[in-house]
Ligand binder design. Sequence first.
Ligand SMILES: Cc1cc2nc3c(=O)[nH]c(=O)nc-3n(C[C@H](O)[C@H](O)[C@H](O)COP(=O)(O)O)c2cc1C
Length: 449
Amino acid sequence: MHIMALTQPCPRGWLNELDQSSRGYTQAEFWKSLARTCERGLLDAVFIADIMGIYDSYKGSWQPAVQHGVQAPHDDATLVAATMAAVTDKLCFGVTWNTSLQSPYNTARTFTSLDHLTNGRIGWNIVTGYVKNVEDNGMGQLLSHDERYAQADEFMDVVYKLWEHSWEDDAVVRDRVRRMHADPSKVHEIHHKGKYYSVKGPHMCEPSRQRTPVLLQAGGSPRGLAFGGKHAEALFTINPTPEKAAESVRKARQAAVAAGRDPSDVKVLAGVCLIVGRTTAEADEKYRAAREAISLDAAFTLFGGWTGVDLSAYDPDDLIETIKSDGMQAVIKNFTYVDPGRAWRVRDFGEWLKGGTLAPDIVGSVKEVADELERWMRVAGVDGFMVQPYTTPGSHEDLVNLVIPELQARGLFRTEYEGDTFRERLTGADPRLPQRHPAKRLAIGSGRT
Ligand SMILES: Cc1cc2nc3c(=O)[nH]c(=O)nc-3n(C[C@H](O)[C@H](O)[C@H](O)COP(=O)(O)O)c2cc1C
């Protein structure tokens, strides 16, 4: 079972008095302490979410996001990863980075640097972005949904060429006699010319332990899934039930096969929130407190950020069928699936979102939560979980102190780390990408010039 724990460099769940993130996220010591906790729990990785603009659809303004602390203010995920990595040896990091708003050349450099500094413990959560106002801030242009993925496909070609083709493994010779630090004949330009990018190369960095970071992705649309099936080594899905997650797993594996890969080349992790107590009563009390800390305005702000739909135009008691919006249809479909017979109202969206995530809650004693995770593994066929927090570091501590020992006692989770790099941890194989991965068609020795 693979387990990653989600975090984000911003306030998350700050209305809950047990949460420390709103004061902590600007403090290096907060991140170091969280890293030590996650490494003590032998988690695969910490997953660091990131966005590059303030949500501003709700009430047509960024002010609700700032007022309610909805992923605003927000720091930079790569720097948090570097801070957490500095106090750990084995814990890995999935770092979110945006293909629509970054340059591939700089991306390759940033991730090679992170992979150097962590000795191969870096993964990249590839996102195409959805916050429109980045354009107002001179950060580039967001193309239409599907074209963003077409752009991202080309972006991946460029970074693959830089990571896998540009520097040969033995290019750096450090030969004082020949006065040669690196042998230029073993460092190659990439000459990429495409629709969106023109990059000559060579890559600025010598190869890192993994060369290409572990590739993570969470696209849910058909186009997003095709992208994930081609590139990702682990995909995240959010589904309300394990039965529904089983469909996502099937689609993810099909997408991998369609891209010429093995179905097991893509691990699928299900997003879940765990609310666990030493007893059922303690868990129920924690859950009650967490639900009380939900602000409807905050949830609507988040919803607006994700979909562009401003729910302030509706009464919280309006039935959701009355809302007319193309952007909303997919979300409504997914939402009503939980209980198709029920009359869903606008306020139900807010309560479901909990101000943070659509991932389902698993609430109970240690035994009950472990039973439920086992059921998800069995029914959905997922490879593990992306655990999302209600509070930080409380949710992470509960995972590590309560849930992990129970999973270990059941023989479901590792009792020591094996392999040093993220890719070894995830696949049990080599630190470098497997030959079947499309990036390898662009690698040194692949015949491309
Ligand atoms: C667990 C999880 C974490 C995500 N983290 C981020 C993130 O940090 N930043 C971001 O821009 N998008 C993030 N997303 C959004 C996805 O990258 C993607 O845009 C979204 O799932 C919609 O995909 P689609 O456009 O293919 O339907 C996340 C999604 C999931 C399920």
